[in-house]
Design a protein around this ligand. Sequence first.
Ligand code: SAJ
Length: 414
Amino acid sequence: MSFDVVSILGLGYIGLPTAAAFAARRKTVVGVDVNRETVDTINRGDVHIVEPELDMLVRAAVTQGHLRATTEAEPADAFLIAVPTPFCEGHKPDLSYVEAASRAIARVLKAGDLVVLESTSPVGTTEKVAAWMAEMRPDLSFPQQAGEASDIRVAHCPERVLPGHVIRELVENDRVIGGMTRRCSEVAADLYRTFVRGECVLTDARTAEMCKLTENSFRDVNIAFANELSIISDTLDINVWELIRLANRHPRVSILQPGPGVGGHCIAVDPWFIVDSAPEQARLIRTARAVNDDKPHYVVERVERAAKRFREPVIACLGLAFKANIDDLRESPAIEIVSQLAQRFEGQVIAVEPNVDALPPSLHGRVRFGDLSSALAQADVVVILVDHTPFRRIDPVRLQAKVVIDTRGVLSHG
Ligand code: SAJ
């Protein structure tokens, strides 16, 4: 199969790197995004998201004429949907962006085209994508009616890259490719082999959808286990970090690390898609979500208890990002904790986040934004919320005579 023109709908943290990866292989890539500002930024050769090496790749792709962005879908040979799939009220998946993208593609489809859903989606969404397109284009045949002989090929190929390592993982990770028919899978695999050096493993669309949800639920359940252990260990006066280190010496035990809660855009969202599809059966997965979602409140309670020793405690919160050494503050348990502490201890909370220049709007005017050194000098209580490298290097002498709540085991790991 030759795909001369590849179109990517949704130029976010998956869509844009994927567009750049195809462009680097000299495909003609048309990126489509509803946000005019995003489109203009990319057409200038700039990027609107922080990801190592991405700026360089996008600049090269745009200046060499391989990548162009637009707000309206245009004809292409292959379309990739990489739009958000958030949840709405009651943790119900919101497929409105996927539906809008499918309908936009339908308008410009021609026989022989391939459509791939990359967005993390509940089981059955790829079939819905095909149905939305079929409804708009009765002149074309789709896999649900025509099987292997369909004019249009439809597949699901979930992204699985780790923020901060996207460019490398996009190329090196194996890809699970689930077509609505075997031919759909094979055609989609041909497309991905343009830049993927990992293995492209073929399956059906529903299994591919569930596979992505399973990967992130696996991680969520295992982090919940670690978080529950940390609470039990506090109660029993045991150092959980030492406990996990020792237990992990068993050849078949590999416990993850406790933390202040689970953040990011995927792990705290995707398990709900399984719970929504099988509410009666997904008991462990639902409980894991509850355990992880509760962890920030537990941390706040611990800080409140510790702060009782002081009349006017100054509380330094170290880290706002959702994990170590990134600048991404969205969906961060650290922000939730700092926000709750700010409510309880007005004017007494200092937040330190070396990876950003200013506080996020939700904390503006409610907490002080400080550098590590002055925050440590002033604090009575130090709460370590993220294991950023500079926090790992804090001289323990600077923490003497302070109450330290270390939610990431920074001090126990040395
Ligand atoms: N966390 C812990 N303890 C741990 C590991 C992580 O508390 O032992 C916390 C982190 O601090 C963070 C959250 O979990 O708040 C999520 O971080 P993460 O590094 O586990 O994952 P993400 O959200 O950055 O990316 C995940 C990845 N999925 C898996 O590792 C199974 C990535 O490969 C996916 O592509 C991504 O979700 C996604 O887009 O779905």
